[in-house]
Design a protein around this ligand. Structure first.
Ligand SMILES: [Fe+2]
Ligand SMILES: [Fe+2]
Length: 297
């Protein structure tokens, strides 16, 4: 995790290139009255808990894999973007750590995810720094697809407890703001297509089994694996993975990463980002009351 001084300097440089780390502390009091804030559904809420559990170790991996090459970046704009990327990811990790502490308090076992993801990342860390960065840009591509869908899918959002959306919306917006940074570092320091091709299977092998296993373990610990819950779980799974679900664009768009001419900006999300910056931080914004300025407090 970044020290506060590093986050502060990252914030100033990042803000100058449109990647401001926004230092916001979210309240999660809604967990006192909602065990399953995502559509009042155990499966969907547990899946979201798994994602939250995976972010602090995952985003530290992203930051370290980019930081490794930081000194090789000479382009001043990309240097500032790297600062913004590191600052944003460090703050995401901090806020998901805080949310994960609430999950643990409530007996939702995100510690399963933390341990599993750390094991998976330990395997990825056995590979070269270039291969680790290729894994990071693959995961950042997945994250950007997910973030875009999350910001666009009003049906999914309407089904959620509104307070629970705040952290996820802030995170999704910033994922889009910095979606090219790790990729642009990769093109400067390696740009090997072979390492990119290997990244997909490596990430899948290292992380997918632990994420699925953690989801099942969380549901089991919450007594949610009885037959009577199946219908509700199928409904939750359809909300996420169905034809009109939150992750509907992933199967079609994830493979774009392997095209030789791929770049994250080919999917132009600038107007979506602008719309959500206004929705969150405009004069009537959802987060205006807890966020003052791009300069960190
Ligand atoms: Fe993030
Ligand atoms: Fe990211």
């Amino acid at each position: 995790m970044e020290s506060s001084t590093n986050i502060k300097s990252s914030g100033l440089a990042g803000a100058s290139v449109g990647i401001p780390p926004r230092n916001i502390k979210f309240s999660h009091d809604y967990y006192n009255s909602h065990r399953y804030p995502i559509a009042n559904n155990a499966f969907a809420s547990s899946f979201i808990a798994v994602l939250s559990g995976s972010f602090p170790p995952g985003e530290r991996f992203f930051v370290e894999s980019v930081r490794h090459f930081r000194e090789q970046i000479t382009d001043s704009e990309l240097k500032a973007q790297v600062s913004g990327f590191i600052g944003q990811e460090a703050l995401h990790g901090r806020e998901h750590d805080r949310l994960n502490a609430i999950f643990s308090e409530k007996g939702i076992r995100v510690d399963f995810v933390d341990k599993g993801v750390k094991m998976g990342l330990y395997l990825l860390e056995r590979f070269s720094p270039e291969q680790q960065l290729a894994c990071t840009i693959f995961m950042e591509h997945f994250t950007a697809i997910f973030a875009e869908s999350f910001l666009q899918d009003s049906k999914f959002r309407e089904a959620c407890e509104p307070e629970s959306l705040k952290l996820w919306t802030w995170h999704a917006l910033e994922e889009l703001e910095h979606k090219s940074v790790a990729y642009d570092v990769y093109t400067r320091v390696s740009n090997s297509w072979r390492l990119k091709l290997q990244a997909g299977p490596l990430v899948a092998a290292a992380l997918v089994p632990v994420l699925i296993g953690s989801l099942v373990a969380i549901l089991a610990h919450d007594n949610q694996l009885q037959k009577r819950h199946i219908k509700s779980h199928l409904k939750g799974a359809a909300m996420l993975f169905g034809r009109h679900g939150l992750l509907k664009h992933v199967p079609r768009r994830l493979p774009d990463f392997f095209k030789r001419n791929f770049h994250p900006t080919q999917d132009d999300t600038r107007s979506l980002e602008q719309q959500w910056r206004e929705n969150l931080f405009g004069s009537q914004g959802l987060l205006s009351d807890i966020y003052a300025s791009p300069t960190l407090q």
